[in-house]
Design a protein around this ligand. Structure first.
Ligand code: NDP
Length: 465
């Protein structure tokens, strides 16, 4: 059991709090695993922001959010009853000190704030006495490049030890991505072929149908490259490509993922993205329809500055320069407003060196697909055809994962409330992720890579397929 007693949400009036954090807490409370539900069972939830609200408003926000996550009315009422709203500016030391007076047990300080405000709040905390064991939970983006991330890390290191810092990336808790640990390291089937001799390429794709959804203030500054590839997809890559850690604890596991990212850089071999001599490409959606719903062109969305040339679809190729992986491109892609979106890791195997004469039929490459949404595993093989046993046909072994009890943020909160940072991003790893994409940012800013167009609801620019 943990001694975390208080969850302080800085940015209580914001979108993340209402839409993801509190429902995540509700899913934790509703968990059938006593160990998980007890983590949140006796929590005091303090909300703070500058907005003019009172504790009755906050109790209602907490009750609704927790109930939405699946908690019983009794649990929602119990936690809402203890919840407290303390008005204050999280970028001011006095206000932060005032909030910390109401803490019970070890507090988690959750920065549900815009990135610029997070930096101010971290500065303000240096003049505040933090209770022993205080845990800091920071959202992405962490810094704006490798230098600013390193500077932020140094400031945070003066406040609390690294293991009390959780840089949140909920993709690290994706059940099928973590499922790779069992498939690879607790079995004998895949690990011998998990290398560049046998794997031609790895494609990590996270497309979505959603457009901007009113988040221009954040997204128009970030774009798909920073919003998705720099953070989430590189974390997924680090698990796909890692060596077996000695144990699944925060030290061994995170060191194994760090080893991968330290060795990763932008692809420098022959072009692997068709139609481009660059290891990256970018595009922006124009007006279109998805599932019968009309989406305006990205540049016509409220709050977007077209001159910023923000991409809504990004694709990059990287290489992991290790003995295991040299020569295999990892292709990372994520886009908004994509019709029939794919969200998966696809491992494409090389052709076999020898096939007996007499086995005929077309052979597609063998592929292993780790589905992120929906969560599934698929192994695509060449099998002998039904009518002619020597004629090969494509076949697949598929399995779906059982529905998960915890939401993505339920998983994040499980790590926080049990003081276990294993599935959060270590400081040096956050810096590496910026280093990896820096050449792409530079090339795009210099206009060396054209900004293509694609219709909302399509699969992406027609020239890309
Ligand atoms: P919001 O834009 O909703 O802002 C959160 C809170 O910040 C507001 O409630 C506001 O409270 C406070 N705030 C805004 N400006 C200032 C300021 N200048 N000084 C002090 N407080 C300020 O952000 P989100 O909730 O959307 O996101 C929070 C963090 O979570 C961001 O880092 C984001 O990248 C990350 N995130 C968000 C996701 C989402 O879907 N929303 C998903 C994943 C990550 P008040 O004005 O009342 O003080």
């Amino acid at each position: 059991m943990t001694d975390v007693g208080t969850l302080i949400i800085l940015g209580a009036s914001g979108d993340l709090t209402k839409r993801l954090l509190l429902p995540g807490l509700g899913s934790l409370l509703a968990s059938s695993r006593d160990k998980d539900s007890q983590l949140a069972g006796d929590l005091t939830i303090i909300g703070t922001s500058r907005s003019e609200h009172d504790s009755d408003w906050w109790k209602q926000v907490v009750r609704d959010g927790i109930a939405e996550g699946g908690a019983t009315a009794k649990d929602a009422d119990r936690l809402a009853g203890k919840a407290e709203y303390i008005r204050g500016d999280p970028s001011k030391s006095d206000d932060l000190a005032n909030v910390l007076k109401s803490v019970v047990g070890v507090p988690v300080l959750y920065f549900a704030l815009p990135p610029a405000v997070v930096e101010k709040a971290i500065d303000a905390l240096k003049d505040v006495e933090l209770p022993e064991g205080t845990i800091l939970a920071l959202e992405k983006p962490f810094g704006s490049d490798a230098r600013s991330a390193a500077a932020l890390n140094r400031r945070i290191a003066k406040l609390v030890p690294e293991r009390q810092v959780h840089r949140i990336d909920h993709f690290l808790g994706e059940p099928t991505v973590l499922g790779l640990l069992g498939i690879r390291f607790a079995g004998r089937t895949f690990e011998p072929v998990w290398n560049s001799d046998d794997i031609e390429r790895v494609e990590i794709t996270y497309d979505e149908q959603l457009g901007l959804e009113g988040r221009a203030a954040y997204y128009d500054e970030a774009g798909a490259l920073i919003d998705m590839l720099q953070s989430h997809l590189l974390q997924v890559l680090s698990i796909v490509a890692m060596e077996a850690p000695a144990s699944i604890d925060e030290e061994d596991f995170r060191s194994a993922t760090a080893q991968v990212l330290n060795a990763t850089s932008i692809w420098s071999g022959e072009p692997v993205l068709p139609g481009t001599d660059q290891p990256s490409r970018r595009a922006r959606y124009t007006a279109g329809k998805i599932d019968g719903r009309s989406l305006p062109s990205y540049v016509d969305e409220e709050g977007v500055d077209p001159a910023r040339e923000t991409e809504t679809l990004a694709e990059i190729a990287v290489e992991v320069k290790t003995r295991r992986w040299a020569g295999t491109p990892f292709i990372l892609r994520s886009g908004k407003a994509i019709g029939e979106p794919r969200r998966q890791v696809e491992i494409v195997f090389r052709k076999p060196r020898f096939v007996p004469r007499g086995l005929t039929g077309t052979r597609a490459p063998e592929r292993f697909i780790v589905g992120l949404k929906p969560q599934s595993f698929e192994l695509h093989l060449a099998v002998n055809g039904e009518s002619d046993p020597f004629r090969l046909a494509p076949g697949a072994l598929e399995t779906e994962m059982p529905a998960q009890e915890l939401t993505e943020y339920g998983e994040v909160l499980r790590g926080l409330l049990s003081s276990d940072p294993t599935l959060s991003v270590r400081g040096d790893i956050a810096e590496q992720c910026w280093r990896i994409i820096a050449p792409v940012i530079k090339a795009w800013r210099a206009g060396e890579v054209p900004l293509d167009d694609y219709r909302a609801g399509s699969k992406g620019p027609s020239s890309w397929s």
